[in-house]
Design a protein around this ligand. Structure first.
Ligand SMILES: [Zn+2]
Length: 320
């Protein structure tokens, strides 16, 4: 069996595991990132942990894949910036190549998680997939005609910053009405807290002592209990997420849109609502004409990044 070393860099920690070609993971290692340390030192520390914890026969170790947040340049193999980690102009790929003498590849974290789903998850056998992570923001990845689409210098596919409400809410990116302002887990939590504060009769008060403690999972729970206020919050959430999905259906006509991130933990309940919205509202000019787009929920969850980092290596070696 052949393996790729999958490295999943997150906002606060780095994880790694060897991923086999048939989709098995070795026990993973995790290291918290010390943001006060030099970026090169952090990588060296992590490599030391890799060397201590893993032993893979040289001939079975094919290469390395890295998923990283922030601005990534896959061609140059650099992390141009990762604000949360305090990293800047970091040549991760050349440093790892030098240390291990193996091919190494890097992509942004959303594209990598998407590749995980394509190789080992719900995206198997698809050639056109839109991936949305509904978390703190709305991250996105695009797999088009059987390839990851990264855009110029790897900075493309920011679907979370497509506009769903002109003159709408102010986004962290500086523009207004971005999908992220309505369909992220943070937006759902904020909307639920606001609705709860304005509706003392809402069942949300039974689940949560004050609006500041509200979260996305609780508003779904209250809605399932028949609470009208929670229903309005969820309907509004599905409206914007659905409109975003319809835009992506019209632009890309993917075989599937895969939903991941915190809100996707609602699983089939969320999937069915989004699918129903998309089906009811058609595909614009293409209404009633096949092919339809499937709405799916990510099945790799928090492991998607490691699986995807392994898949990134297999994918690049396959195409080279
Ligand atoms: Zn934005």
């Amino acid at each position: 069996m052949k393996y790729a070393l999958g490295i999943d860099i997150g906002g606060t920690s780095i994880k790694a595991s060897f991923v086999s070609e048939d989709g098995h993971l070795s026990p993973r290692i995790t290291m918290l990132v010390d943001k006060n340390k030099k970026q090169e030192e952090t990588l060296k520390d992590f490599c030391r942990q890799i060397d201590q914890n893993f032993s893979i026969a040289e001939e079975d170790f094919l290469g390395i894949g890295v998923g990283c947040p922030g601005g990534i340049n896959p061609k140059k193999g650099t992390c141009d910036y990762a604000t949360n980690l305090h990293w800047k102009d970091f040549p991760i790929v050349s440093l790892l190549r030098e240390r291990y003498g193996k091919p190494c590849f890097i992509e942004n974290d959303a594209n990598v998680a998407l590749l995980g789903e394509i190789y080992f998850g719900v995206g198997k056998n698809f050639r056109n997939v839109v991936f949305l992570t509904l978390g703190t923001g709305v991250g996105s990845g695009l797999y088009l005609d059987g390839k990851i689409y990264s855009g110029n210098e790897g900075k493309g596919a920011e679907l979370g910053h497509s506009t769903v409400e002109a003159h709408g809410r102010l986004c962290a990116c500086g523009r207004r009405g971005c999908l992220e302002c309505y369909a992220s887990a943070s937006a759902l939590t904020k909307d639920a807290a606001w609705a709860m504060a304005h509706h003392p009769e809402s069942k949300m008060w039974e689940f949560c002592s004050k609006p500041e403690k509200m979260n996305g999972a609780l508003v779904f729970q209250a809605e399932k209990m028949g609470d009208q206020t929670a229903k309005e919050v969820i309907d509004n959430y599905i409206f914007y997420l659905g409109e975003g999905c319809l835009n992506f259906c019209n632009i890309f006509r993917p075989e599937a849109i895969i939903l991941g991130g915190g809100v996707a933990k609602q699983g089939e309940y969320l999937r069915a609502k989004v699918e129903s919205y998309v089906a009811r509202n058609g595909y614009g000019l293409l209404k009633d004409n096949p092919p339809k787009t499937q709405i799916l929920i990510s099945c790799l969850g928090s492991e998607a990044g490691i699986y995807g980092a392994g898949a990134l290596c297999f994918e690049n070696l396959r195409n080279s």
